[in-house]
Design a protein around this ligand. Structure first.
Ligand SMILES: Cc1cc2nc3c(=O)[nH]c(=O)nc-3n(C[C@H](O)[C@H](O)[C@H](O)COP(=O)(O)O)c2cc1C
Length: 375
């Protein structure tokens, strides 16, 4: 079986172009999507986590977005194996991760995370912290499952994000990504299903975005003007795949405009399948709409390189919908600027170098067993 030379070189050519994110030059268009791995006992990323990320940077990933890492608020998370972005030992571990990625030629941003009402039974050291959210409602609709955030809680969490961002710059990261997606705290404010507040943080879309925008503004203030701030968001939620923040481009604009005004430098529009149009009447996906509405650099994501179809697409066995051409066409049309790869890169640390180096026949198909190891 031979690889189609034209598809191969076209992929290498388009994906190898550098891209600018607020002054940061990312060497190519491939990002590693943030993926929680829970290999950091005590919240400290160790040697195995360091080499896991460095291996991927060395193999051509231009931008690593780390797994979600908890900001410094007792209610931010529930697992003691998820890395934390506060505390001396934890930050020292992260500093070594950033250093190793830089030595390997990559760039790296931590994904700053607060899980909000997703929190259930917590592990020590924060076992007794309550679940907090805009209205104490879980994404599945359960009411009274936690605490509606007070003014003080809001200020504490805003401060925790700002402190984590300042720490990221201090210890050598290239920027930060704020986790505003998938039904976690920031998204719980954005979505009417979980936000029933009647104060300035609830109501219409513009009011619901206030909390996230205040976090962006506080983060912006805490870091240098040229330190990139990326905002990840999604329509879908972990416990509600069909949920939507916006039914129309106008509704989406109402959410994105305040975030942009608050200082977001780039958006990461999380979808489960990148090739699906977001709104009727246009082929643009969510990242495409995000870039069109905000003018900001945008990252797409969702099932890139996940199945045999993608590999066969390179091998000249027809042109499946999920083949690389659809992705490359969209990149060439400037619909978005970067592509994040999750599971395929979790499976195969050399995914990027294989794609950039025309070694498509060597791509390893995704197998969920890869979740059990950190290699
Ligand atoms: C094991 C695993 C952990 C994930 N953890 C996170 C996370 O911490 N933060 C986040 O924003 N998305 C997370 N995601 C979603 C991915 O970033 C990505 O959006 C999703 O897997 C779709 O991309 P893919 O089809 O290339 O895997 C996770 C996905 C997986 C498979």
């Amino acid at each position: 079986m031979t690889v189609t030379a034209s598809a191969a070189s076209r992929a290498a050519e388009i994906l190898s172009r550098p891209v600018e994110l607020n002054g940061l030059t990312v060497p190519n268009r491939i990002a590693m999507a943030p993926m929680t791995r829970m290999f950091s006992p005590g919240g400290v990323p160790g040697e195995d986590v360091r080499s896991y990320y460095a291996r991927r940077a060395a193999a051509g990933v231009g931008l690593i977005v780390t797994e979600g890492t908890y900001v410094g608020h007792d209610s931010a998370g529930q697992s003691d194996r998820v890395p934390r972005f506060h505390g001396e030992e934890q930050l020292a571990g992260w500093a070594k991760v950033a250093e190793a990625v830089h030595e390997a030629g990559g760039t790296i941003v931590p994904q700053l995370w607060h899980i909000g009402m997703v929190r259930k039974q917590g592990e020590p050291p924060f076992a007794d912290a309550p679940a907090v959210g805009p209205s104490g409602i879980r994404v599945d609709g359960t009411e009274g499952a936690g605490k509606a955030m007070t003014r003080r809680d809001l200020d504490d969490v805003i401060g925790a994000f700002a402190e984590a961002a300042a720490a990221a710059e201090r210890i050598g990261f290239d920027g930060v990504e704020l986790h505003g997606a998938h039904g976690y705290l920031l998204d719980q404010f954005l979505w009417a299903g979980t936000n029933r507040r009647t104060d300035a943080y609830g109501g219409d879309a513009v009011a619901r975005v206030t909390f996230a925008a205040e976090i962006v503004a506080a983060v912006r203030e805490a870091v240098s003007p040229d330190f990139p701030v990326i905002f990840r968001y999604s329509q879908w939620k972990q416990e509600a795949y069909d949920a939507r923040l916006a039914e129309t481009p106008e509704e989406l604009d109402a959410i994105l405009a305040p975030l942009t005004a608050a200082g977001v430098d780039a958006f990461h529009a999380s979808t489960r399948r990148y090739w699906l149009p977001e709104f009727e009447g246009s082929d643009l996906n969510l990242a495409g709409w995000t870039k069109k509405l905000t003018g900001k650099p945008t990252i797409t994501v969702g099932s890139v390189g996940l199945d045999g179809d993608f590999i066969r697409g390179f091998m000249g066995e027809g042109a499946p919908v999920r083949g690389i051409d659809n992705l490359l066409d969209r990149l060439e049309r400037d619909e978005f600027d970067m592509v994040a790869v999750g599971r395929a890169l979790l499976q195969d640390p050399e995914w990027a170098s294989k794609v950039l180096g025309d070694r498509f026949t060597e791509l390893t198909p995704y197998d969920a067993a890869a979740l059990k190891t950190l290699h």
